[in-house]
Design a protein around this ligand. Structure first.
Ligand SMILES: Cc1ncc(COP(=O)(O)O)c(C=O)c1O
Length: 431
């Protein structure tokens, strides 16, 4: 990218943001950049500077920004009304598509965010089992609820299974309801389940935790433990759903949970998420189907919103076409291999972790199989590396590159050139 030019309009927006928004942001990406437009794999800031976008809205825009088919579907629905609070055709068709796609899904309940989906998935597991505790993995991201924020990214590494809240404002009592385990450590899970098995309602797990893949047999082992004990296995597929494969992580890894949560891609860039799973568990959302004291009350003004559902369906129609996932994995693997080679050639204490659709560099050469391994990565080095990437017009989050179907060969070539520069900067101490 040429030297970034900032217009007075963008400077004014940044200054207003710093006044009217805590920390000057919506709470997401902490940059003094205002993104005004996106098309395909690129976005433009309010001053007109262009970026190759590996944030893709934190994951939803897998087919690229403003895809003409998604835009057309949205425009058609917008002209016909935007919300009704009664079933709508797109929402029903989207639920049917999710039931077809996800092995665990017999029924679907829509909400607006992944946070809500995870919150209700844990709640429905409790209602179904009639027990209170949830086992969650250290470093696992399940949204911003009181439960999700237990040991999400703890600075203090406690002894397992002690839960450490990542936020102020969470009642102390919630800690006692969450059992924390190390990801990828089946022996630890077995032993914690044995200790708490009469209190545990569910195990919630990202089948692919942040950038860390499951060790061989880990997900299968969780399935076995849940089968033996009757504990509900919840896959958080907010990231992996429709990304790892059309049928999500459960298709990719060949392990079927009891329920899963979905978000990001299924709303096509609009607020929509879902809990999907076995009918005998999902029936707890139906107060006519279970005793009153086992039923969930769950209502949402915008749940199953027709515009979001239309965007999700149009996105999924594109993903369903032959070759879509091959292309996504090919682009991602070219990028990932390029970055791996660059880090190796630069002899930096670093490695690339993740899979083709979502990966990044971690600045440690020790193996990374869980949050504690990831925590050892040199964050300051990562920030310097990302700083060079941004200066070269590459937009990404602090810890992830999300690849889309819209990233083309020219984007790949430019990104690899920027990584070369960033690695050189780290090696020479100029970054
Ligand atoms: C695995 C996972 N679960 C849940 C969430 C929360 O989703 P949302 O940001 O829509 O609340 C996220 C968000 O990134 C996520 O990555």
């Amino acid at each position: 990218m040429q030297q970034r030019v900032v217009t007075s309009n963008e400077a004014d927006l940044v200054s207003t943001a710093k006044t009217v928004l805590p920390a000057g942001t919506f709470g997401n990406t902490a940059l003094d950049i205002v993104i005004a437009r996106g098309k395909g794999g690129h976005v433009w800031d309010a001053s007109g500077n262009e970026y190759i976008d590996f944030l893709i809205g934190s994951g939803p825009m897998l087919v690229g920004h403003a895809h003409p088919e998604v835009t057309a579907a949205v425009q058609e629905q917008v002209a016909n009304g935007t919300t009704f609070f009664v079933n709508n055709p797109h929402g029903i068709k989207l639920a049917a598509e999710i039931v077809d796609a996800m092995a665990c899904a017999e029924q679907v309940r829509f909400v607006c965010t992944g946070t809500e989906a995870d919150l209700y998935a844990m709640r429905v597991a409790r209602a179904y089992r009639g027990r209170d505790k949830i086992l969650k993995f250290e470093g696992g991201y399940h949204g911003m609820s009181d439960y999700g924020l237990m040991s999400l990214a703890p600075k203090r590494l406690a002894n397992f299974p002690e839960a450490v809240p990542d936020s102020a404002g969470i009642p102390k009592s919630v800690r006692d309801e969450v059992v924390i385990a190390p990801y990828n450590d089946l022996d630890a899970v077995r032993s914690l389940v044995a200790q708490h098995k009469d209190e545990l309602a569910g195990i919630i797990v990202e089948p692919f935790q942040r950038l860390i893949g499951p060790k061989d047999g880990f997900l299968e082992g969780l399935r076995e433990i849940c089968d033996e004990t009757g504990i509900v296995l919840i896959f958080d597929e907010v990231v992996t759903g429709f990304r790892w494969a059309y049928g999500g992580g459960q298709e990719f890894y060949g392990v079927t949970p009891d329920i899963c949560t979905l978000g990001k891609i299924i709303g096509g860039g609009f607020p929509l998420a879902a809990i999907a799973g076995r009918a005998d568990i999902m029936k707890h959302f139906d107060k006519a189907a279970v005793p009153e004291d086992r039923a969930l009350v769950q209502i949402g003004t915008l749940s199953g919103n027709p515009v979001a559902s239309a965007a999700g369906l149009a996105t999924m129609a594109i993903l369903k076409r032959p070759g879509a996932y091959e292309q996504l994995w090919k682009t991602g693997n070219t990028l990932k291999d390029g970055l791996t080679r660059i880090l190796k050639d630069a002899r930096l204490p670093a490695q690339v972790i993740g899979e083709a659709p979502m990966f990044d560099a971690v600045f440690t050469d020790a193996p990374v199989h869980d949050y504690r391994g990831y925590f050892k990565g040199d964050q300051a080095m990562a920030r310097r590396f990302n700083g060079v990437m941004l200066s070269q017009g590459i937009l990404k989050s602090e810890g992830k590159c999300y690849v889309s179907l819209a990233h083309d060969d020219a984007d790949v070539a430019k990104t690899i050139a920027a990584w070369e520069l960033a690695a050189k900067g780290l090696r020479d101490g100029t970054a």
